[in-house]
Design a protein around this ligand. Structure first.
Ligand code: AMP
Ligand code: MG
Length: 367
């Protein structure tokens, strides 16, 4: 299949969708309406969209991603009224969260209505729903006149895509169109909150943080086992996607974090010293502050290291914004070992560290 890239030129320049951009979104919407696939930007990551109510479209999404068919898709809406078609019950907590954080980077899991095909939910009796805030995503859903099933627009097992160039890298020849709306603002996938049971459960941390949820609901919520540590044999996560080795760079990665007042740069320097000579191409993924410390500690070794900056240590949202891009760059550079600097787990730090721990396959050094 030939993939057409539709660039939202004016939106990328001004942040406003022009008539010409809208015409391109019309073209992408027509693809969705006839059961085809369109990758599109959202505020979190790019989505790989198809008509959520059309079994055949959902099957195509799994095939295009190379995704196991028991890993359900997220259904995207552009109007709160669409929720009643998809679900049979909306709890009081879900109502509060929707009022405060929709549209936005929050996905909620509800008991599904019969209108949602099993193909879309991976056979589950629940459905994940998101109301994005990105104007191009909203316009696309509205023009398509349906609800859009979309997992992240990457090949299964690769980092999520946060730019159209990443989508082309993974999906060229596998989807009908890719809508280019520039870089995704947040850069990490949405928060997933299960509101189908009695007590809401956090299934995946994201930009709507645990702190924001507990504050809004005025109660403590549960957290799925998949967030806390590597899953033990036989334990099933509530979000089936969390069991797969997600977000993984090709090279092994060690994550360095600080808890006891130690120096991350010193610990990383020791790790790099140990592997110098053994590893063909070492990389560091860390803050500007850490890079300058490493340059002082091990100048000789740093000359040959592939250095990937995540910006200032103080700016966790900035680190989140570039994480997946840097992981892709290191894959492209063919590195064989990665030493990465983590962050604290407050606010967006929890989502950032969740993706980093998975990328590191839970190889963590705490100082
Ligand atoms: P992705 O957007 O590619 O990160 O994939 C969607 C994520 O949502 C996956 O981790 C799924 O497991 C999760 N998800 C989708 N539907 C449900 C559901 N009904 N219950 C729990 N998790 C879900
Ligand atoms: Mg994904």
């Amino acid at each position: 299949m030939e993939t057409k890239v539709l660039v939202l030129e004016d939106y990328k320049r001004t942040g406003i969708l022009s008539r010409a951009d809208m015409d391109k979104l019309d073209e992408a919407a027509a693809v969705i309406r006839r059961g085809g696939l369109a990758a599109f930007p959202t505020e979190t990551v790019y989505g790989l969209g198809g008509d959520a109510l059309m079994k055949e479209a959902s099957r195509k999404i799994y095939a295009a991603k190379g995704r196991p068919s028991d890993n359900p898709l997220i259904v995207h809406i552009c109007d709160i009224d669409q929720l009643s078609e998809l679900t049979v019950r909306v709890s009081e907590e879900a109502g509060k969260m929707a009022e405060k954080y929709w549209p936005g980077p929050l996905t909620m899991v509800f008991k599904k209505s019969p209108a949602v095909p099993d193909e879309t939910t991976g056979g589950l009796d629940t459905v994940a729903v998101r109301f994005p805030v990105h104007p191009a995503a909203l316009a696309l859903i509205k023009k398509a006149g349906t609800v859009i099933a979309a997992p992240s627009a990457n090949l299964s097992g690769r980092p999520s895509t946060t730019s159209a160039a990443h989508c082309v890298e993974d999906l060229n020849g596998r989807v009908d169109v890719i809508v280019d709306g520039g870089d995704c603002e947040i850069g990490l996938e949405s928060t997933i909150l299960d509101v189908s049971g009695d007590v809401p459960q956090l299934l995946r941390p994201g930009a709507v943080t645990l702190e924001m949820i507990t504050e809004t609901l005025g109660m403590d919520i549960g957290e799925d086992a998949a967030i806390k540590g590597p899953l033990k044999e036989g334990v099933k996560p509530k979000a089936p996607g969390m069991k797969y080795r997600h977000y993984a760079p090709k090279a092994p990665m060690i994550l360095f974090t600080e808890k006891n007042g130690g120096s991350i740069a010193e610990a990383m320097a020791a790790g790099l010293r140990e592997n110098a000579g053994k590893e063909e191409k070492m990389a560091v993924l860390c803050s500007e502050e850490c890079i300058s410390e490493l340059n002082k500690l091990i100048p000789e070794i740093m000359k040959d290291v592939d250095v990937k900056s995540t910006g200032s240590r103080e700016d966790k949202a900035g680190m989140a914004h570039v994480l997946f891009e840097r992981l892709r760059e290191m894959d492209a550079d063919g590195v064989s070992f990665i030493a990465a600097e983590g962050s604290s787990e407050e606010n967006i730090g929890k989502a950032l560290m969740n993706r980093m721990k998975k990328a590191a396959a839970w190889q963590i050094v705490t100082v």
